[in-house]
Design a protein around this ligand. Structure first.
Ligand code: BES
Ligand code: MG
Ligand code: ZN
Length: 490
């Protein structure tokens, strides 16, 4: 859908062009563009301010039918995120205007002080992600563009020609994750979601294994089974395996896959409960990541482990006060059936550790409301005892604008997770610091492996959407995890 092109604007006709403009400095050096920008200034009083947009048709002297100028504001405030927002806006504007294709004039990388690869990656991300809408159920949803070209020099097309393909592979994973998260829970019961993930993953060449309830019982996934006990919709464990010939590292990604979190017997209040369809966003992000990885083929074995369950109240549901035996053999007292995410993750982490003996485990989960309290809806929490891993995750998130903030894991808070009758309790005895005590619970099952937990409860779903993400699942984590893995291998 997207490619880099070096078209001569004075020779070739372009039907629909978008030109980004800064208010205080030129960011283009082609004569044709500079003269078009000058015309926009004269005809439309267009200055390039942050929110300015101007569309002109058939400007004299140019072979362009429709041109939209989009203001980027001040040059020194431009970063990669501004570029994503710019192309995201450009695509939405044009798609909503029933356009089917678009040519985007890329700024000169050196004028922005960014590396060409990063510049084109960000422009492509805004285009591909901004073009996506969730249109399964609503008949009036507008379709996106069919094609977008990014206009730059022949040299840069040569140097960065593979960027669109690579970025599209990662964005495809992001979009899959978004769609899975936005899909309502009646259409993504654990078995259905497992099938949907399997079908997308198999196409890319990943090895897919799905364990059903019988196999989970045989293998003693006690914590996972305790969570799913109340639901008629039986659990699944999906394993996605990228196993290349050359393996420098083995990395396991674990994703929380609660297809609906009613809270169980500790039923959640009504307000906002519908958002708990998104409680499988960790699993969706991990599945999306593995699907991109299968295309990009890094020299690492990457395994996605996805426990999929539904948390429901019923006559067969696990009760508060029950004591269960987890996969690891540790007994867990159920202090609260709504603290279900840590239970399924505990089993998945312990299983991954035992079977794959990975160098690193990263889990991603919509784990706690407390994390949303602490960091809000745009920043995820990172919990790990491995400072280097924390730095890598935070740095990757800064680059992709999937922002992460490292949170503490104080040893003395373990006290709060003690149970009088079992090895550990899933509920803290303190009202406070719930994101931390949840992470400490998980760490008890990660044992000595290098492990990090990313709490995405705040960032996984957006009711309103943003410049390159429609309302619904955000796909948070797919670009982040791809970058973390890429950086681990350099
Ligand atoms: N799925 C929720 C966490 C959540 C909250 C995700 C808000 C997205 C948005 C999780 O299973 C949960 O219910 N956590 C409880 C834990 C508590 C019972 C210890 C919470 O955060 O209140
Ligand atoms: Mg819950
Ligand atoms: Zn949950």
């Amino acid at each position: 859908m997207i490619s880099l092109k070096s078209i001569d604007l004075s020779k070739k006709k372009v039907s629909n062009l978008v030109v980004p403009v800064c208010e205080d400095a030129p960011i283009h050096d082609r004569k044709a563009l500079l003269s078009l920008i000058e015309q926009a200034r004269i005809i439309g009083n267009f200055k390039g301010g942050a929110k300015e947009v101007l569309t002109l048709y058939d400007v004299p002297g140019a072979k362009v039918h429709r041109i939209t100028f989009i203001g980027l504001g001040e040059l020194n405030k431009i970063d990669l995120e501004k570029l994503r927002v710019f192309t995201g806006k450009a695509v939405r504007l044009n798609a909503d205007d029933k356009q089917t294709q678009l040519t985007i004039a890329a700024p000169v990388p050196a004028k922005l002080g960014v590396a060409p690869d990063d510049l084109f990656t960000s422009l492509c991300e805004g285009v591909v992600l901004g073009n996506h809408t969730f249109s399964v159920y609503k008949k009036s949803e507008k379709p996106g563009l069919k094609k977008a070209d990014i206009l730059t020099t022949a040299d840069l097309v040569k140097a960065c020609g593979t960027v669109p393909e690579k970025t599209s592979a990662i964005c495809r994973g992001t979009i899959l994750a978004r769609d899975w998260v936005t899909t309502p829970s009646n259409d993504k019961k654990p078995a259905t979601l497992a099938t949907s993930i399997k079908s997308a993953a198999s196409k890319t060449g990943l090895k897919v294994t799905v364990l059903d309830e019988k196999e989970l019982k045989q293998k003693k996934f006690g914590a996972m089974l305790a969570v799913s006990a109340g639901s008629n919709n039986k659990p699944r464990l999906v394993i996605l395996d990228h196993k290349p010939k050359k393996v420098v590292k083995t990395i396991v990604l674990v994703g929380k896959g609660v297809t609906f979190d009613s809270g169980g017997i500790n039923l959640k209040p009504s307000a906002g409960m519908e958002l708990m369809k998104s409680d499988m966003a960790g699993a969706a992000a991990v599945a999306g990541t593995l699907i991109s990885i299968a295309t990009l083929k890094p020299d690492a074995r990457v395994i996605g482990v996805l426990p999929l369950v539904e948390n429901m109240p019923s006559g067969t549901a696990t009760r508060p006060g029950d004591i269960i035996t987890s996969f690891a053999g540790k007994t867990v007292e159920i202090g609260n059936t709504d603290a279900e995410g840590r239970l399924i993750l505990a089993d998945a982490i312990a299983y991954a550790n035992k079977i794959y003996k990975p160098d690193t485990i990263i889990d991603m989960a919509t784990l706690t409301g407390a994390c949303v309290m602490a960091l809000g809806e745009k920043i995820a929490g990172v919990f790990t005892h491995n400072e280097n891993l924390a730095r890598q995750i935070v740095a990757a998130g800064g680059h992709t604008q999937e922002r992460c903030w490292q949170m503490p894991m104080p040893d003395d808070y373990r006290e709060y997770m003690k149970s009088k009758f079992a090895d550990i309790c899933n509920m803290s005895s303190s009202r406070w610091g719930g994101a931390i005590t949840a992470a400490l619970f998980l760490s008890a099952f990660a044992e000595s492996v290098s492990w990090a937990h990313i709490d995405i409860a705040g960032v996984a779903y957006s009711d309103k959407g943003s410049d390159y993400c429609g309302p619904g699942g955000t796909g948070f984590g797919v670009r982040l995890l791809n970058r973390v893995i890429e950086q681990m291998l350099v």
